[in-house]
Design a protein around this ligand. Sequence first.
Ligand code: PHE
Ligand code: ZN
Length: 850
Amino acid sequence: MKDAAPTTVYLEDYKPFGYVVDSVHLTFDLAPNATRVKSRIEFSPNPEAADRRFWLDGEKLKLISAKIDGKDVNPVCTAEGLSCDAPDAPFVWEAEVEIDPAGNTALEGLYMSNGMYCTQCEAQGFRKITYYPDRPDVMSVFTVRINGDLPVLLSNGNPGKSGDGWAEWHDPWPKPAYLFALVAGDLVAHSDSFTTIGGRDVALNLYVRPGDEGKCAFGMEALKKSMKWDEDVYGREYDLDIFNIVAVDDFNMGAMENKGLNIFNSSAVLASPETSTDMNFERIEAIIAHEYFHNWTGNRITCRDWFQLCLKEGLTVYRDSQFTSDMRSAPVKRISDTIDLRARQFPEDNGPLAHPVRPDSFQEINNFYTATVYEKGAEVIGMLKRLVGDAAYAEALDLYFARHDGQACTIEDWLKVFEDVTGRDLTQFKRWYSQAGTPRVKVTEHWENGTYRLTFTQSTPASVASPAPQPQVIPIAVGLIGPNGDEVVETTLLELTEETQAFEFSGLSAKPVPSILRGFSAPVILERETTTAERAFLLAHDTDPFNRWEAGRTLALETLNDMTLGGAAPNAAYLDGIVAVTRDSSLDPAYRALMLGLPSQSELAAAQAESGHTPDPMAIWNACETLRQTLAEKLQDDLPGLMAEMRVEAPYRPDAEQSGKRSLGGALLSLLTRLDGGEEAARQYAEADNMTLQLSALSCLVRAGKGEDALRQFYEQWQGDRLVIDKWFMLQVLNAAPDRAVGAAKALTEHKDFNWKNPNRFRATLGALTGNHAGFHAADGAGYALLADWLIKLDPVNPQTAARMCTAFQTWKRYDAERQGQMRAALERIAAQPDLSRDTTEMVSRILGA
Ligand code: PHE
Ligand code: ZN
């Protein structure tokens, strides 16, 4: 059925639902193509609502019967739901519908993955299961009975009675429908238990397909660590007798926090040393924590409407980043998060898809699960904490949990607890939630008679979402370093609130070097004209690990710009500084590995476009190659010794210490491969006994154009493991030379294992192409055309994933007229498809600025 014409939903139109739901009983009779869902729902009039119209959301449902208080009714049904005359008094609604899980390729609602039934209801998937007020402010207690001929039958809450072919579940905690979940399949459990701080025993299960039992231990440990951490740091105790996690292969996102029954993309939970990289382990630990933390920030306290998505997501991302900082290295985590923010959120915030952390309108809410809502949303919380201090933050959070437990809340509720605890007026701070765009902060300095003055000017470019941005509250952490490298003023938090504002430091004996925006204290773009010598000084001496790294990154950016735009040679100050850091064994290897990284080619393109140039993807690629080659030559004599130091003899552990060594080892190997033609990489590949080493060696070989044999061997070794084969698809495209990337991607789409309906495989192939900057932006437009072809094919099958991948085109206005024309043509070709989904229609029209 064709989606109805897109309509826009506005935050300001919010109205409570006319009824409250007192209880929900659901019975599922599972069958692949004809599952029957019976619902029995108790409604009563909502005293808070003026409008008593009885409307239930429902999509792709076949209505078998409907009753109110036991009597048949004849609702008016549309493609989006039904309306019906209903009493202005408590009543019972009973309905039976039929749905087709096996035919559900969109992976939203009840669907099937490898013979297993599973659900995805956030944001609006429950309406594909039965008729219901499918909105987060309608919370109720659910009781579920599943009838199905499968060994494992799961739903939310605590288990009730069960027998052969049936099971009952009861969730005592009122919840919105988006947190509903059901799983039925032939699964095995990896089980454990956790005793809460209050002494309650919680049964823990990680359910996987037979064969995956050996990939559960790490996820289970991560879950127990998360439960403990949330008790220790936030005072949050788990609240059911059981906590289940299920791994599924077909999933649009990373994972989902359904109450008591988290559902995970198998790539976000299954891990073993042989099949997973250190990066996989770290990501899994973070996602397990994220979903678990949602139990309080999202589930116990949920969102009033989908405009408030950042209320749960920004906060939960912030909490999981605190967890990772505590479990691993705080500076490394901060730098990694900043790299990620710049790579994914800045382009969004500075392009046609810009939207506030709390958007005020949307057509398809699935399109707003964005880096802005999640990652910038988390940055906003980090700023709030910096501004009020750790103690007030803790007090405000306690008040938030005490005051709003069991409620569906707004950003206003969230900010109010901070205002009540601190007495601070957060009106101006709130602009972080309502204004789109990344603020630019320009800094100038003045030195006179022992007084050092920094003057800041902020401005945010106007966008469709925010035509007239106002000054924001920007916390800027600053430290001052004396000429001998000693810190003369330790980290101080400046609060920039005006458009232009000066801050003075007096009593200094010499002109200091400023270290500004320490720890990336605000998600802004800092603009400061200074000398290469000063940047090199900070790279050598800054006591703030983030800014020390940032000094290196800025030097890299500047030298790459000079190389690309002016044909300059690599900057010696950059090279010397990085060589010194790489050799410095007092520094954490993980940190040194980050120092060796270059800004992404897409960031370079963004920076060049911002300074009025037209980026040339091939020129950028060439500059990066030259810089790396030069660096490799500079480090030539150090490489063997350093690499030996990074070798790990102990049994594999995916912890910060070992993975830091492997990460620096991998960075060094890729430099060495430029010098030895792949000899060392081939040796490491042959000897590798874990995926991190195997994959880093294989990537080096592919990049050197010497990967053919190893690629064949890798495929043969791992063809039974779909998660490893995803890596095999991805690495070939990511590491292909620019002139071969489109061809590599195209060939892989013709491979027998290219199951394009599986989102992981699709992303591993076409997503990887968009990550190969110069390859995707090939001058003949073949990259754009290939992506468009596949998005057109995917859209009718899985609109959510198709729409999300349209973001690859969001930067189209950065490039030359030819490429702009090709990208516009690709977008217009997508837009012209008959029956294009609401999801993709909205994305394409926003990107085109239509
Ligand atoms: N709420 C999930 C999370 O952040 C993300 C998600 C959204 C998953 C929509 C599926 C669908 O953890
Ligand atoms: Zn989340």
